[in-house]
Design a protein around this ligand. Structure first.
Ligand code: S3P
Length: 173
């Protein structure tokens, strides 16, 4: 069974995902990286030159394709991917979804340090907060919720493993 990490941009999906995959001894896949590899250009360039609609179509296609892989994998989704109903359906059928919940103040601080997030590039704090509030109801549809506030990535990964065990999932499923 795959483990799919869901949550706002900069919530730690990639960094916690890498720790998790090492600890569980299964591969790690970052969907944003897969998209960039497929397109041979950055996410920023895709947004700027082909638009968000194009990006979202490609994003859902690549996620659904990768979920078909038999070998259990830790998969980090992009922050907007779980809003798509087809993505949610496939994720729920083929994986355990885990929401990395980080408060919006920390998210805003973190996204401002990184220039590679076109969706929030020119947005005010208030606008970023609105995006987060709109998304919450989708993130809440994840099977496992992890409060990642004030925790290290190792602590978050350990909590995920603990909760996966409680749902009867382990590395051999
Ligand atoms: C997005 C998040 C990004 C990337 C794209 C759009 C979003 O991924 O997919 O810039 O809509 O939240 P991260 O969540 O890995 O930053």
């Amino acid at each position: 069974m795959h483990v799919v990490l869901v949550g706002m941009m900069a919530s730690g999906k990639s960094s916690i995902g890498k720790v998790l995959s090492k600890t569980m001894n299964i591969p790690f896949l970052d969907i944003d990286k897969e998209i960039e590899f497929h397109e041979k250009r950055s996410i920023k360039s895709i947004f700027e030159n082909s638009g968000e609609r194009y990006f979202r179509k490609l994003e859902s296609k690549i996620i659904i394709e990768n979920l078909k892989e038999k070998k259990s994998t830790v998969i980090a989704l992009g922050g907007g991917a779980f809003l798509n109903a087809a993505v949610r359906k496939n994720v729920n059928e083929k994986s355990i979804s885990v929401w990395l919940d980080v408060n919006i103040e920390s998210i805003i601080t973190r996204v401002k340090k990184n220039q590679n997030r076109p969706l929030v590039e020119k947005k005010s704090d208030e606008e970023i907060k609105k995006i987060y509030e709109k998304r919450l109801k989708y993130y809440e549809m994840s099977k496992i919720h992890i409060d990642c506030n004030k925790k290290t990535k190792t602590e978050c990964a350990e909590e995920i493993i603990f909760k996966l065990k409680n749902t009867g999932i382990n590395e051999n499923n």
